[in-house]
Design a protein around this ligand. Structure first.
Ligand SMILES: Cc1ncc(COP(=O)(O)O)c(C=O)c1O
Length: 459
């Protein structure tokens, strides 16, 4: 194009890939925690792709369940039929989501963004059903990511993924996310006190909107954008209490954290918080088929059931039987192997406890600013000066460099830029399958340390 410098493009593919500036090895096989490319090179999947795979690659039980379903019935449309698998699996998920969802219902979608869209519309419809016609705003948090579709972009605050689409979406209010390593209130007590101040920001935003807020959406543990940031004690509890009092629905986006990834069925369980709507995807099917779910509490279901009587929304591929077979089988595999327990980093001897210890060995490295996370969801944040917590220049793409160096060593991590005010800031996300071995975790942490040193030396 005229006026543009000529970067190095990787062209010649009929596939519109994620980037024209990066080459991607063709993946052909997966087993356990490993993936192989077409050249036969093996990679340890230390990020579960993008925090997707929880049960391991190549699980034949899941493939068989999908095949069985495809043989008997591949698809019906939700306007004409329900299916036994949709009914059974919805019940299983409600039970998995716990007491707060007794009497609720599940809406299935094809991934996280679709599920978020459905959740936002459900929140709006709930408010209309109960007579709050003016409530259509959604409060979200800075540095959040809720998906790539335009409704999800409207409530997401990942600057790099949002900026050019801003003119196309409605602007809602957003508030700060507690991010202890760079606390906005500059606290010295690990955000113990200021968790309440962050929660009050939500209260103030609801008040300022004067009865126009339908819902608050948040990632209980910040996923990709901030990188596995765990909320301070008391924060989520306070947010839930404010929402309940103000008749605002609480939507917990657990696309990345749900289905056991943090060592509880859902991350909100760590704090005993019961959202009105839970959104799951990624680990729901562990990537065996596209799947998302909106898990809806009884209060919301009843408002619609006894109100207008129909959810005004629908995707052709909602409740796709083959995806549901993948999800149902992934859940039963996870249960059989007790993978949620394996992901609990608070219990000695678990895989997650091992990961926590092994990752702390990275702390002394001169470019490592923070190592944080919970369960099997961790992030390593990089800085150019650990005292000042100075980020690397955005143009250095330090996390990309680490990830590329790691990939060459046969280790997969998930690099994300923008944790500092949406522009600079580098981290890699670590989210291994829960079937990884302690030896694999040790090897991965050693290789990651070497990749970080190698990337730093190349600057
Ligand atoms: C918290 C969260 N919500 C929603 C999404 C969107 O999910 P998907 O990419 O499956 O559409 C993501 C994806 O990374 C996510 O992390």
């Amino acid at each position: 194009m005229p006026g543009l410098a000529a970067p190095q493009y990787c062209v010649g593919s009929a596939l519109l890939r994620r980037s024209f500036r990066q080459s991607f090895p063709p993946a052909v096989r997966g087993e356990g925690a490993y993936l192989w490319d077409a050249q036969g090179k093996r990679y340890l999947d230390f990020s579960g792709s993008a925090a997707v795979n929880f049960v391991g690659h190549g699980v034949s039980e899941i493939v068989s369940a999908m095949t069985r379903q495809a043989r008997s019935l591949e698809f019906v449309h939700g306007s004409q039929f329900t299916t036994p698998i949709a009914e059974q699996y919805a019940e299983e998920l409600l039970e998995f989501a716990g007491e707060g969802f007794r009497g609720g219902a599940v809406y299935f979608a094809c991934g996280g963004s679709e599920a978020v869209e459905a959740a936002l519309k459900l929140a709006r419809q709930y408010q209309v059903e109960v007579g709050n016609f003016g409530r259509s705003q959604i409060i979200s948090r800075n540095q959040s990511y809720h998906g790539a579709t335009l409704g999800a972009v409207a409530v997401s605050r990942n600057k790099r993924r949002r900026e050019i689409y801003r003119p196309m979406v409605r602007e809602f209010t957003s508030v700060q996310t507690p991010y202890c390593y760079r606390c906005a209130y500059e606290c010295t007590d690990s955000c113990r006190e200021c968790g309440q101040r962050y929660a009050q920001e939500i209260e103030a935003a609801i008040a300022a909107a004067e009865n126009r807020v339908a819902a608050v959406i948040l990632e209980p543990v910040s996923g990709a954008t901030l990188g596995a940031v765990v909320p301070p004690p008391g924060y989520l509890e306070k947010v839930a209490e404010i929402c309940r009092r103000e008749d605002v629905l609480l939507v917990a986006d657990e696309v990345m954290t749900g289905m056991g990834r943090t060592g509880r069925n859902f991350a909100v369980d760590h704090w005993g918080v019961r959202p009105d709507i839970l959104v799951a995807a990624k680990g729901l099917s562990s990537g065996y088929a596209p799947l998302g779910a909106v898990i809806v509490s009884e209060k919301v279901v009843e408002a619609i059931a006894y109100g207008s009587g129909a959810f005004i929304h629908g995707f052709t591929y909602s409740s796709h039987p083959i995806s549901l077979a993948a999800g149902q089988s992934a859940l039963s595999y996870s249960r059989a192997l007790q993978l949620v327990s394996a992901a609990n980093s608070d219990h000695e001897g678990t895989l997650a406890a091992k990961l926590k210890t092994s990752l702390s060995a990275l702390r002394p490295l001169r470019t490592v600013g923070d190592v944080r996370g919970i369960g099997l969801l961790w992030a390593v944040e990089f800085v150019s000066d650990t005292q000042r917590k100075s980020p690397f220049p955005q143009s250095a793409n330090f996390c990309g460099l680490v990830a590329q160096t790691a990939l060459e060593r046969g280790l997969l991590v998930y690099p994300v830029q923008g944790c500092v005010e949406g522009d600079s800031g580098d981290h890699v996300l670590i989210a291994p399958p829960a079937v990884s071995s302690a030896e694999q975790i040790d090897w991965a942490c050693q290789e990651l340390a070497s990749a970080i040193e190698q990337a730093a030396a190349s600057l």
